[in-house]
Structures are given as C-alpha cells and as structure tokens.
Write a protein that binds this ligand. Sequence first.
Ligand SMILES: Nc1ncnc2c1ncn2[C@@H]1O[C@H](COP(=O)(O)OP(=O)(O)OP(=O)(O)O)[C@@H](O)[C@H]1O
Length: 950
Amino acid sequence: MDEIGTSKEGEPQSSSAAESLSSPSSVAIAKQWRPSQLIFSPYSPDTNAKPQNLRVVVRRPVISRLTKDIVETYKICNPQFQYSEELNPKRFLTSPSIGVLNDGHDNANSDLILAVNLVLVNLETQRRYIVKEILGQGTFGQVAKCWVAETSSFVAVKIIKNQPAYYQQALVEVSILTTLNRKFDPDDRHHIVRIYDYFVYHRHLCITFELLDTNLYELIKINQFRGLSLSIVQLFSKQILRGLSLMKDAGIIHCDLKPENILLCTSVKPAQIKIIDFGSACMEDRTVYSYIQVPVGSRYYRSPEVLLGYQYTTAIDMWSFGCIVAELFLGLPLFPGGSEFDLLRRMIKILGGQPPDYVLKEAKTTCKFFKFVGNVNHEEPTSRRSVYKALTEEEYEARESKKPLVAKEYFKYTNLEAIVREYPYRQNLSEEDLVKESRLRLALIDFLRGLVEFDPAKRWSPLQASKHPFVTGEPFTCPYNPPPETPRVPVSQNIKVDHHPAGGHWFAAGLSPNIPGMTRVAVHNSPHFHVVPYAHSGSYGSLGSHGSYNDNTGLGSSYGSYGENSNMLAYYSPVGPSGMKGGMPILGSSPDARRRIQLPPGNRLGVSPSAGNFVPMSLGTSPSQFTPPTYSQVGAGSPGQYGPTSPVRGSCHGSPLGPSANQFNRRKSWGYHGSVQSQESSSFPHWQGQVTDSTSSAQAEGNSPVHGSPLHPQSNLNASSWKQQRGGSGITAGYSAAHNFPASLALPNMQSSQPIENARDNPEGSLSLPGPGDWDPNYSEELLLQDDGSDVSCMATEFSRMQLGQALLPTESLGYVRRSNHIAGTSFPSTHRPNGLIQPFSTGEVGSSQSGHDLHGGFARPVTKSSHLMPHSSPSRLGQQPVQRLNHGRSTAGRGSEWNHTKVQPSSSSSGVSHSPGNSLFSNGTSWDIDMLQAEMAMAIIKAEVVSVK
Ligand SMILES: Nc1ncnc2c1ncn2[C@@H]1O[C@H](COP(=O)(O)OP(=O)(O)OP(=O)(O)O)[C@@H](O)[C@H]1O
C-alpha cells in the first residue's frame, strides 16, 4: 500500500517543514503532519478533476523509508530541535575505517579513509570534490564518485594508496592517459576514458576522471552470466577496436584489458563503452619500468607470450580483446585458468596448437610448461613438428614440486568452433533469424581465430580486426584475409613525469595535463619524492647506445616533438621542472621495465633502488647497467623476486649475463635497429590512428605483412614498410628508473615498509575468500540497508525518456543483481569477480536443449535438458585480481563482499518473458534497486541503440 501513492501532475506531495512549525500545538502538528513522502493526501472530492495518474513508487529499504526526512520529522515533533551536521557520525566508505597511518588519515592498507561528504581539495585550483560513494576498488586504491559544485557535475576520483610504488605507477597512468586524451584523441572519439585533473590530497595522489557507468563484467553478471546478443558484441567490439587502434598508434600497451576495465558510458547518446585503467599500461617500444611487481594482465586475459615470458607488444591487448569478445558472447571467460598452467592447458585444448617454436625457444618460462622433445644436436626442427611438448599435469607437478591448480571445466565442447557454434540460440528466433545468427557465429569464430592466435606476429592488429566482416557487418563468406599491416615502428613521444603532481607534471613536448588554472607549486611538495639536484637532469642512461634500444640517437630531437619522429626513449628522473626544462631527456631504458624486483623490506623506503648509483651514466652504457644494483644481485630465476611471468625471471635458456643482458640481447635481435629506425622514422606522417570505415586513409599499402617472419615479429621492418606504417606519432614514455628515495630524503610517514608483492595474480589461485564478517566484527546484514538516494520521479522520467518498446524493456518485472555490495555501511561495488557459487538462472529458462555448455563443475544443480549451461560458479576472479597487497588483505574486500552478498535472483521460468540472453536481464523479479535500474537503463539504451543501428 505504501508504495503506491497518487499525485497531481507536477504538484509536490509534501508541504514544508516551516509550515508545520508555524503551529506549536500538538493538534496543529497532527493536522499538519506532512512529511514529504505522504502516503495519503487529504481526500478532496473534486468531480471535475481529471483522473489522477497512478504512479509506481520504487520501494526503498525500510531504514531508508523510516529515516528519509527524519530531521524534518524531528522538527515537527520538537520545534526546538536543532540539526547540526557536525554532530553526525561519519558514514565511512572505506573499510577498515580505523586511521592508523598518515596521521590517522589512512587505514592499515594505506587507503585514505573516505567518508560521505569528505571533501578532497586540489590545493592548486581550490577545486573541491565532495565524496558521495565508492565506485570501485582496485589494486591502486579506491575510486569514489564525487560531486563538483563548481561544474555541477559528478566525476570519478581514483584515490591512490599512500605508497610510493603506487604513487609512482599512478603517475604513469596520468601521463599516458593525458597524452592519449590530448594528443591522440582530442575529440574523444576513441572510447578511452577522459582524465580531468590530478592532485595530491593528504599524501594521496588523486586522479579525476569522467564518471562512467557499469563495467562489462557487471553487465554480464546482471545478465546472469549469459552472453549478450551478437549485435551488442559487435557494437562493443567495434568501439573497443577504435580504442585499441589509437593505443597502437600511440605505441601504448594497455596491459590489463578485461571486462572490468571497459565501462559503459550512458551519459552520452547513443551509449558507448570506454576503456579505463591505464595503471598497468606501458609503451610498446620498451618495457616501461613498473613500480609495482605485478604480472602483466589478468590471468584469464593473459596472452601466451606474456605467460611464457616472451617479449610483448600491443598484440597482447589483441589477445585480451579476443578473450573479452568471446566472453561477451558466452557469458563466461573463454580461458578461466585456475593457474597459469591451467590457463595454457585450456588455450592449447580450445584453440588447438601451441605457441610457435620461435616464441618457446626465446621465452623465459618455457621450461615451466613445456619439455623439449627435439634432437638436442639439431635444435632446429627438421620437420614442421614442434620440438616442444606441453607438460602433463604429472610432469608439471614433478618439475615444480607442486600440483598445478586446475579449475573446473565450464564448456561441454572443447574447441572454439564447437563452443561458439553450439552455444544455445535464443528462443523464439524465426527461421530466418536462426540462419542469420548461425552465419554471424561463423563470422565470430573466424574473428576470434584472428585474435586468440598463438603467434603474436600473426595475430591481427586493431586495424586488421576492425575490417573483419563480424565488425563491419558485411556478409561473411569465407575466412577473412586481413589487409597487410606493417608493424608499428617505435617512434618516441617523450612523456615526462616530474613526480610532483601538486605542481603538475611536466611532460616533454608540452604534454602536461595542463589542468586549467593549475599553477605550479614548489617542486618539493610531492609527498613521495623530493627533488634531488642531479647534474645532467638527473638522468642516467645511455644516449643512443647500443645498449639501449633507443634507436634514435639524435639528442633532443624528441624533446617536445610530438608528431616528430624521434625515437628517443627516455627515463625521467624525479628532478623538478627545472631539470625537465633545462636538461635534456634522459635516454636509455631498462631492458626490463615491466618487472622490477622490490627492494627487501628495510631498504625499500628512503633508499633509492639504485642506491647511490643515481648518477649520470656515460653514453653507451649497457642497459643492464641501468638496472639498479639489486637487479643484478638477484640470480636468474629467483621466483621469489620476480613474478611468474616476469621477463626478468631467470630464463630457461639462461644467459651468462643474467636476466638483464638476456633481455637486452633479445631486444636487440628483435628488430630495433637504431640507425635504420631513426632514419625511417623521420618520414612518418602523423597519423591519428582512427579505425575508420574507409579503408583508403587507414589501410597500409605496406608490403610488409605482419605475418612475414615467424622468427621475429619486427623483422619485417624495412624502409618501405616504415614509410607506410601508421605509428608515426607514437609516443614513448620513459619513466625514470631512478625514482629513488635516498636515505637522506626518506619521507616521514612513508608507509611502505613491506614488500609490494605480486598481488595481481595469485600464482596458483588461492581460493579462500574472506567475507566482510572476517574483518569487520560489526558486520551484519541489516547494515546493508541504506538509502539509495534515488528519486522516484527522476527514475520515472528516465524511463519515459528512454522511450523503449516493450520488447526492449519489459519493466513489469525485473530481476536484479546488486551492483554494489554494502559492507557495514560501506559500499563496495563488485568490481571483482566472485569466487562463490552463483546460480545464474533457473534451468529451462534460457536456451535450447542443445546443452552445448554443460558445466562440469559439479556445482549444485544437475544438468537438465533445457539448460544450456549447468548452474555454475562464476570463475574466480582471483586469478586476475590482486589478492593481497602488502599483506593487508584489502583487495579482497570487494570480492569478499560480493561473494557473500551477490544476489542473483533466479528468474521465474513461468514469466512468459522471452528469455533470450539479451533480454534475460529483464526477467522476473520483485525487487527494484537503483543500481540495477542504472544498469538496466544502460542495457536498454544499448539495446535501443543496437536496434536503431540495425
Ligand atoms: N571513470 C570511472 N567511472 C566510474 N567507475 C569507475 C571509473 N574508473 C574506475 N571505476 C570503477 O573503479 C574500479 C577500479 O578502477 P581501476 O580499474 O581504475 O582501479 P585499479 O586500482 O587500477 O584496478 P585494478 O585492480 O583492476 O588494476 C573499476 O573497475 C570501476 O568499477
């Protein structure tokens, strides 16, 4: 009863508190008792009145309903009642919320303790960001939705942990994203999130982004882990490819592409998706020094070359992209490996074949997964058969002295073709639509084959993929033969990071984020880095040396040379702006940048990784010398120091020179030949890197197809191919290997005395997940209730605005899955995948009797004929996500909460609603939820969009 009220159009239902207060007598109060959400209005017989519109009011949680307008209620009860905001208990958004570090501002995980209405201030611009809710948590910190009064808009602010390594790595994100936004995509046409601002607040680097919506993982989850319709998959693929194309042209590897990092953007019409999280990104033509020891990419989406410790390029993003496309269609990850061994095993099984021998020969961890079965005297295979054979489980166990973690099988079929072909069709498809869909599936299989290709040299580039009929919508008749794509030649665009965000970053070539109104402040105000008056711009590295793979030896030619062709690759030291301005960029790159061992506890803080070696180096210094001494002190193959996929991990093939030299040697032989490159790069036109439908402008006439050399992906480089290639304006960021903390400059309150572990990947996939009750003694379900702040009329308006047909939005009944998880008053959106059981939908609800995707997981329910998928547990995301950072256990919070509280309401099979994977989102359910509503709106908009595109 109380959910249904009546209202006259446009007339507010409540009278003001002031009105109530005017009469102190209890009788008067009773008469004027009008809280804003009146259930009944006084009956006034008005025979001429038009019939009133009935309005459905969204049910709010009980606590919300009881406490909304409580101040007003109190005032009515007691006119003397005074409300003071200061006396409010804080509503914390961060858990744990006990301040133990950084003068009480940070919790034990070095996360800033956020509370509702906390104001984050950019001291430079005085811009204030009022925290409203938590949007997500990740490796780097928390992402909060904030209100900016100045612009009357919401933004997303990523608040980085108060730890030097995270701080530094986040600067890389700022640099790369700013460059991508401003230089490569000024018109915001390539589906990459926009960065607005960055500043330091209480020693936390805060990065402001445009506010986006649900991520694709959540979307799939909302859809109860059933795949999305092919038209949506097609639409998303096209958009992601535009982003990837841009990144390739900029020479940037995202390194962590996964559904969680692709967000819906429903604020624009038509709805779009955008790629986020450049915190792991690096430059293609060098492996950028990583401050955080993490494996590249999340496990399910990790390419074979990364897994094997082989050189990687933007092709790794294409692999991840292929995995995402498959997942969007299937609703489940294609390779949900429980461990790296399991991942590789699944790839080999589902795709057939294995990584090419040239990769296996060079890769560092080949011996962990393969055995050599060739003739030791004749290393080269005499036949076309590989000389490497994948280890069996038993062999792996014998070698590694531990059982590999092997996850459950999710698909009944074991090869890609069958998995896609046999995936249940939506019900109620006409004959014609069935034929259409089956053709489209053939196109999808062919498309996926070009993406999840073992050989990185043969894997399609974004441009090639974007011309595939699956994306263009052209009829697919035969295997697609991609147009030749010349490999991108690394042409540097220097990005400088001065590590003094409060003073703004100083990017070479005018790449400063250039926040409006931002003025530089003293360079000493970085919380984590102090200016060291180095000579020679504080640089170390080699100028044009053979030791570096910086092939352009033209000093200074890249400085400020956006669109120019310098290949100068730079490290930037933490010198202040003066150093940046006056000095020359520091050439030289670490032979291994993605992987960096962490200093042992005690040495880490306040001590330079290159401890005492932070001095200018002579030209021509070997890259191995760039590495801090700690590098060389670690023996090859020190698994404790390097992540399992770390290129610096000891190579199976070994090098007497150690990992650095090994890496360097491979790099050298990998096609980066400085002199040629520097010559050729000068002829590159600037190319904006758009994937356009027109082939004329974008298509290379190149005669150096990427497939050319099985030995070295880049070995096709020649003068002619370079002239045609499109990466002319690529940027190359060098991030100083010298972000050191000299002991004398050790910062007070620096909270990182513990190793920053390889937390993105739990190598063998621990499956134990703590729930919120594990860390919060006050946790209870009741505390999950909180006001959603939704506005009924607003939602009604939104719906009417959408003007969606009944078929698209059967609003009569909505099932829901909470997007956010609420823990003890803390809302942790489920950005991480759960590790627990999820009952995706009632059997028989969806799909045909083909049962193509029975799950062998043995979870819960038996297979029924009408179910295409067995009830299953969603594959654990622990494989991809940080499990523990700094032993704080923080990162599991989101997952744990989700695990405990994910609510998937099995929709009724008797709803009569057509349960297609596409529309199952709107299957029966009784509860409404604002989060769900947003997601549904997003989905509905996308659907509407797809329909209109069609
Ligand atoms: N611009 C945005 N708008 C809305 N939500 C966002 C935005 N940026 C991030 N989020 C949310 O916050 C989550 C974490 O963000 P992000 O991936 O950038 O953090 P991270 O610490 O780098 O995570 P990871 O552990 O995946 O590396 C995202 O999954 C997303 O749900």
